[in-house]
Design a protein around this ligand. Structure first.
Ligand SMILES: NC(=O)c1ccc[n+]([C@@H]2O[C@H](COP(=O)([O-])OP(=O)(O)OC[C@H]3O[C@@H](n4cnc5c(N)ncnc54)[C@H](O)[C@@H]3O)[C@@H](O)[C@H]2O)c1
Ligand SMILES: [Zn+2]
Length: 256
């Protein structure tokens, strides 16, 4: 790549044709008090990831999985969007259809900040769905800590027992194809006017980590804002090694 990565804060210039695609990860919510995956050493509340975030783990022990996600639901009660979430909502208000936000986070803080064009790639902590019937995922703020795993009311009415599960994409599970198609359409529509900005993500979880390559393949410009060099940092035109809470509002305030 001819453009060298820089660690200062260069100007992100937008025109009336610019299409801005933003990808966020756990780092954007760190300053809201939600721990990142790295910060907890890959162990979640003392549980192995494969026990609490995989389909096989859920089959083995649904109650353990529900206790785990219940703790995380309860933890979100005191959490609020920060300046970086708000700056992205403000940018969307300016750009409208020329803006799309893809998040790996399940904390709902982008929607809480007022973002509407959001793809929650890995699901949402405050939603559940049935493991058997095709009712759409529904809002569920309940915590299930003891007793039995929650059951689907609709299936019960139809005379069968079906356990509910969190609406989360676990390791080994596929991302919704409609989400990927929507992102691809946006990347193509942007073409050389695409500006891709990844914020607070370690660049190791795919397919999100490959969005930078998709943006480059259509001739778009690429930015990374992260507290440290992430695994895929070499594939970005600009690398801003700062915390999101300060850097994201500054980056877009300067973007005329
Ligand atoms: N908030 C959430 O919903 C949440 C939290 C933890 C994990 N997860 C899930 O775990 C997986 C982890 O992947 P990931 O890449 O999103 O997270 P990650 O924890 O692997 O990486 C977070 C990155 O953010 C950086 N970072 C930390 N604080 C920052 C700050 N204040 N400003 C900017 N950058 C900061 C870190 O240096 C790190 O590179 C994802 O699939 C995600 O769904 C979600
Ligand atoms: Zn059901």
């Amino acid at each position: 790549m001819s453009t060298p990565a820089s660690t200062s804060l260069p100007t992100l210039a937008l025109t009336e044709r610019s299409h801005v695609l933003v990808l966020t990860g756990a780092g954007i919510s760190a300053e809201s008090g939600v721990p990142t995956f790295r910060a907890i050493g890959g162990l979640w509340e003392g549980n192995r990831v494969e026990d609490v975030a995989s389909p096989a783990g859920f089959v083995r022990d649904p109650l353990l999985v529900w206790r785990f996600y219940s703790e995380r639901r309860a933890g979100l009660a005191d959490v609020a969007p920060n300046a970086a979430h708000r700056a992205l909502a403000a940018l969307e208000a300016r750009l409208g259809e020329r803006f799309l936000l893809v998040t790996q986070n399940v904390d709902g803080l982008h929607v809480g900040a007022g973002s509407a064009r959001v793809i929650e790639l890995h699901g949402n902590l405050m939603q559940s769905r049935c493991t058997v019937c095709d009712r759409p995922p529904f809002e569920d703020r309940q915590v299930y800590r003891a007793g039995v795993a929650p059951m689907c009311g609709r299936c019960k009415a139809a005379g069968r027992d079906a356990v509910l599960r969190p609406h989360i994409v676990w390791f080994g599970e596929a991302i919704d194809g409609e989400h990927l198609a929507r992102i691809e359409r946006f990347v193509r529509a942007g073409g050389r006017d695409l500006v891709f900005v990844a914020i607070g993500t370690s660049g190791v979880v795919y397919p999100a980590a490959a969005l930078v390559d998709a943006a480059r393949s259509v001739g778009g410009r690429t930015w990374l804002v992260n507290a440290e060099r992430s695994d895929n940092a070499d594939r970005f035109d600009h690398v801003v090694l700062e915390r999101a809470g300060a850097a994201v509002p500054a980056l877009f305030a300067a973007a005329a």
